[in-house]
Design a protein around this ligand. Structure first.
Ligand SMILES: Cc1cc2nc3c(=O)[nH]c(=O)nc-3n(C[C@H](O)[C@H](O)[C@H](O)COP(=O)(O)O)c2cc1C
Length: 189
């Protein structure tokens, strides 16, 4: 029944040692400055040693004002060396790494300094509505996704980007704004 589970598979240029995938799970093992920590590296290496063929590294912020602490970020170049250390450690054990680019939305509320960016007004009670992002912010956010994707694929890091549901959700919701021109996801996937 599971004869294929432990056999390698090639997905485009990425060859996995098996078909076991660790889904993205925010660990809160990154530092207060969103940096990769030894604890996060040990966590991922342990999963590779345990048999995971592909670790989808947790949600990773693309836009600094919306980046909560204790979550990973690729919103600035300064994060590349730490991410490379993480993926090098995963690769050294024969695993592969994917990154989940993320804008956060309501989930950033664990850090009161992080900006909640949502595509449309969201009433949460009769009195309170969280405002949707202003139209002017849409191209800024789209640009931030593109820049974070570039940081993830540059040869120094050489990894794989996963456009996961939360991102698609954000992007597709953005299309509600007439001013928004959808990001060509296939170009950065
Ligand atoms: C602690 C925790 C953190 C999670 N973080 C993420 C995340 O960063 N990104 C994501 O897409 N899903 C996240 N999830 C959802 C998991 O990926 C999901 O639970 C997993 O794929 C298993 O699917 P299931 O819950 O439908 O069985 C998280 C789940 C848990 C329990």
């Amino acid at each position: 029944m599971f004869e294929k589970l432990f056999s390698p598979i090639k997905i485009k240029d990425m060859e996995l040692k098996n078909r076991i995938i660790l889904p993205a799970m925010g660990t809160k093992f990154s530092g207060d400055g969103s940096e990769v920590t030894d604890k996060l590296i040990d966590y991922h290496v342990a999963r590779v040693k345990g048999g995971s063929g592909l670790n989808i590294v947790e949600v990773t912020s693309v836009y600094t004002p919306a980046a909560p602490k204790r979550f990973l970020s690729l919103s600035e170049d300064e994060y590349i060396p730490g991410m490379k250390r993480l993926t090098d450690a995963i690769h050294a054990e024969g695993g592969k790494a994917g990154v989940q680019l993320w804008l956060g939305a309501l989930a950033v509320s664990s850090d009161r300094a992080a900006q909640i960016i949502i595509p449309s007004d969201m009433p949460i009670s009769a009195e309170i509505t969280i405002p949707g992002m202003p139209k002017e912010l849409i191209p800024v956010v789209v640009d931030a996704y593109g820049k974070a994707a570039n940081r993830a694929v540059q040869p120094a890091w050489s990894n794989h980007i996963f456009i996961h549901n939360p991102i698609l959700f954000n992007l597709l919701n953005c299309t509600r704004h007439k001013a928004f021109s959808p990001l060509p996801i296939s170009q950065i996937n």
